[in-house]
Design a protein around this ligand. Sequence first.
Ligand code: BGC
Length: 782
Amino acid sequence: MISHPAYAVEPWSVRETHLDLDVLAQSESVFALANGHIGLRANLDEGEPFGLPGTYLNSFYELRPLPYAEPGYGNPESGQTIVNVTNGKIIRLLVDDEPFDVRYGKLLAHERELDLRAGVLRRRAEWRSPAGASVRIRTTRLVSFMQRSAAAILYEVEPVDGPLRIVVQSELVANEAGAPEQDDPRAAAVLEAPLVAEHYFDRDTHMVLSHSTRRSKLLMAAGADHVIEGPESTEHTTESSSDVGRVTVATELADGESLRIVKFLAYGWSSQRSLPAVRDQVIGALAEARHTGWEGLLTGQREYLDRFWESADVELEGDTELQQAVRFALFHTLQAGARAEQRAIAAKGLTGPGYDGHTFWDTERFVLPVLTYTAPMAARDALRWRHATLDLARERARQLDHRGAAFPWRTIRGQECSGYWPAGTAAFHIDADIADAVARYEAATGDEEFDREVAIEILVETARLWLSLGHHDAQGRFRIDGVTGPDEYGALADNNVYTNLLAQKNLREAAAAVARHPDRAAELGADLEEAAAWRNAAENMVVPWDDQLGVHPQSENFTAHQAWDFDATSPDQYPLLLHFSYFDLYRKRVVKQADLVLALHWRGDAFTDEEKARDFEYYEALTVRDSSLSACTQAVIAAEVGHLELAYDYFGEAALMDLYDLEHNTRDGVHIASLAGAWLAAVAGFGGMRDHNGKLSFVPRLPPRLERLTFRILFRGRRLRVEVTKGEAVYTLLDGSPLEVTHHGEPVELSPNEPVARAIEQAPERPAPRQPVGRAPNRRGQ
Ligand code: BGC
């Protein structure tokens, strides 16, 4: 799978040393900048060529019809799709009348660098026009973590040999041409000209365009302001019309002279505020960015990221490629959620239109466990967003004839947007994933306000859903039938182990929350009697077991299904979903992505060591990893049961998902869950960190190819560093009050700045498990 690296390997940056137009769309995703609110794909400054143009505002969407061949009760009637909003990145350049375009003339040098500490994308180009005029262009782009509504670009141009006439056109462009529709369901529905012009104006170096959407009735504004520094002869004009704003700068540059333009960008949108209010917000944000200035924005960016890395960095000694990849992964995970502030975190973050910009369980299952320990405020805000959608989830549950809240499988603003219910609405486990993320955040931060305001309400309503979805059978056992678990090559199964075990935890946590906050519980109409019913369902939860094979079927009867014929499946028939009918996939023993193995991770407290080892081996032979959400979990459990080399291979796959474009769809946006999963593979895999019941435990073990792994986490106001080498682990509480953790099951007392070293117990030897033919993870360097 992994062939050749597209980018230079450096610990703190991703550098592309020449421009390869064949991977343009991929690199636009890889180099995308975002702060959770604004997302800019790394389209070239001059706007073309492009793979997929993309500028996004979190949750700014349009409605689109969801057509069905046959109507069905409860099918969502309309979908939501993320809109490519006004492009403020465009800066066109004319050199002695000729447009700078990498497809013409000669590109003498081209380099882009995503600096993970500075939080900027730098570009350097040297170009000779068809007429022989040469220029050097340097640009630096940032989307501010400090000023949520602001982005900025520094654009510098200078002649290489001899004077030049230079024109720079800095633009705002709405309704730019998109990319062609694709057949892949994982791509996005393309909307033609989704923005309706509402207002435009310009003055001096300043311009603002305001637009609305036709059906979702949202308003947005985009503005740009400029600081222009050039030789005395430099002039500028500004103009605007409904879909274009333009500041044109004309000058002549002698040798040694340069033109330097700082472009400040601001974006805002609202579903409620008036046009003047949204527009004025953008004008205000521009004024603020200009007041802070380019240097100030850079400094703020650096400070924000310094703080992040101090509590989140993962260091790997022995593998520089994965060192880079894991930091890249963390950077994108942060970018997806940092300033989302009660908006969703989408599967692609704000890096591309894939999956229509929808949010799935990816967020709570894979992304929030990472943010909880590295950027807890971002985790809190994402959960507050879920909380804000509770009424819609309650309505959906009513529509489906259930109690409590049924959260949508995929959505932007909270309404169910999945047009295919067996792999959508039926995946009720998303309720438990959300509840699990809520409880984890609460346990890891001790955030009491969140507990009272948010946690209890989500826990109660999700517990209610489980109680109404499941039932007690004649023996009193609690069954949850006909639901879809994480593995999307199975659907509508009875007693999916992952779903049932996570629901069990959900029910118990809801009961505990009711006991903690009886007054809040009363407001929600919950009492100890209802909580007792939840506890009873949890105690009697069915967890299927295959006695003959000595493994857990991922759902009832799964182990009895017909085997998938892997030998007859050719490499080009993967992903199977594009080549076989769901009918066939659903009734056979083939697994798209970790399901039972996912339960081994997040409900590891419900399995013995022996069960984990046997279950893992059994599912390895069936799992094809047609989802990018699988490798990281396989890494975590492979590490736990002692297959450290294999765990390392999966870690590599999760971390390199986008740098290597392993699923051939990075063009549509990076895979945020897989990237977050790289952290999980390192910290939960080789660090062996678990947080069952809010207690931190570690069973660290390094794979042969790593010399050292160091990671940091935030926990209840403390910062903890764990350094793992082959023989020992050293725990250091960097700040905060004393803490007890466990190391290989033994308690360890930690006091600030008193490192404690403990020896590592080796894992028992086991024969290496097998994967379906052709589906073993790649072993790098071989
Ligand atoms: C996976 C889902 C995931 C979705 C979005 C699908 O291919 O099977 O589990 O939520 O992609 O990432």
